[in-house]
Design a protein around this ligand. Structure first.
Ligand SMILES: Nc1ncnc2c1ncn2[C@@H]1O[C@H](COP(=O)(O)OP(=O)(O)O)[C@@H](O)[C@H]1O
Ligand SMILES: [Mg+2]
Length: 284
């Protein structure tokens, strides 16, 4: 039987929960709206000879964003990631990580500051288990990698951290398998695990689901969307279903320039995007 005291208590609890949820949502909105961006570019330009691949690219990614970078094949998406990571030098323009100008830093210096991209692991660590590979990455960050020959048991803290990362990406059960024996989707997850071992602030993913069977790619993106909320993510993906499902915001790049930037709702409703996407061009 429900007494009026119980009803009052339930109503109060519900109101309190609703207020807490609203406050959390407002805090998140304020954070994404007013906080300084985790990563920004300012008027980036890049040409290869007469081919302009980046035209006055200015973007600002708020902390915790899940940003998708989309556009036709050859639009300059990978080039933009290469400019951000320092693999390529811009002809002009600046790049900032938080408030710091990193334009003149080398790629490894940017990684050390928390700007990280994934690399294909199947070529890097075929003879290691998933756990060994991540322990190596954690040890590298902690400055222990030179003693790696001593084996996993010499570094219980690093092994514990590595296992926690693998577990958070649903790779705990398979962590003792060789990296090359993992399913494609798991290999891509392991690449993300290796990136997480460097404690990134901003994570750049160039087609993270490339080569992954369709039925595994949604799980992969669910894992990306569920990464810790303080990590800012920019990913390139050509499957629009995945983009609209998992991106909080989208940048559309066409011929090296930003055509449009906005929420999935804004992007899907924009006639210019429809024209680009229905115009018979190929996307990647
Ligand atoms: N190192 C390079 N030298 C010359 N042209 C390049 C180089 N890298 C990329 N390109 C060209 O720049 C354009 C953009 O390439 P890319 O950034 O890879 O496009 P996307 O990733 O959007 O498909 C393409 O026309 C490509 O052929
Ligand atoms: Mg590309």
């Amino acid at each position: 039987m429900t007494t009026s005291a119980q009803t009052t208590a339930q109503t109060t609890a519900q109101t309190t929960a609703q207020t807490a949820a609203q406050t959390a949502a407002q805090t998140a909105a304020t954070r994404s709206g007013t906080e300084k961006p985790a990563l920004s570019t300012h008027g980036l330009n890049k040409s290869f000879g007469s081919l302009v691949v980046a035209r006055d690219i200015s973007i600002a990614l708020p902390q915790g964003a899940r940003y998708a970078l989309i556009g036709p094949n050859g639009a300059g998406k990978t080039t933009l990631i290469n400019l951000i990571t320092g693999m390529l030098r811009p002809d002009s323009g600046r790049i900032r990580l938080g408030p710091h100008d990193i334009t003149s830093l080398k790629p490894h210096q940017r990684v050390r500051r928390g700007l990280v991209r994934t690399f294909q692991i199947n070529t890097l660590f075929p003879q290691l288990t998933a756990l060994e590979a991540v322990v190596l990455a954690v040890s590298e960050r902690r400055g222990l990698a030179r003693n790696f020959w001593r084996g996993l048991t010499a570094f219980p803290d690093a092994a514990e951290e590595a296992y926690a990362i693998l577990k958070s990406l649903s790779l705990g059960a398979d962590c003792t398998r060789l990296t090359r024996e993992l399913a494609y989707g798991q290999q891509r997850l392991l690449e993300i695990a290796l990136a997480l071992a460097t404690k990134p602030k901003v994570l750049l993913l160039d087609e993270p689901a490339a080569g992954v069977p369709r039925d595994e790619s949604a799980d992969l993106f669910a894992a990306i969307a569920a990464l810790p909320p303080d990590i800012t993510v920019l990913f390139i993906e050509h499957d629009m279903n995945l983009v609209f499902r998992f991106a909080t915001r989208i940048i559309v790049l066409v011929q090296g320039a930003i055509l449009l930037e906005g929420t999935p709702q804004v992007i899907s409703a924009d006639p210019r995007v429809r024209e680009v996407y229905l115009g018979g061009v190929h996307y990647g």
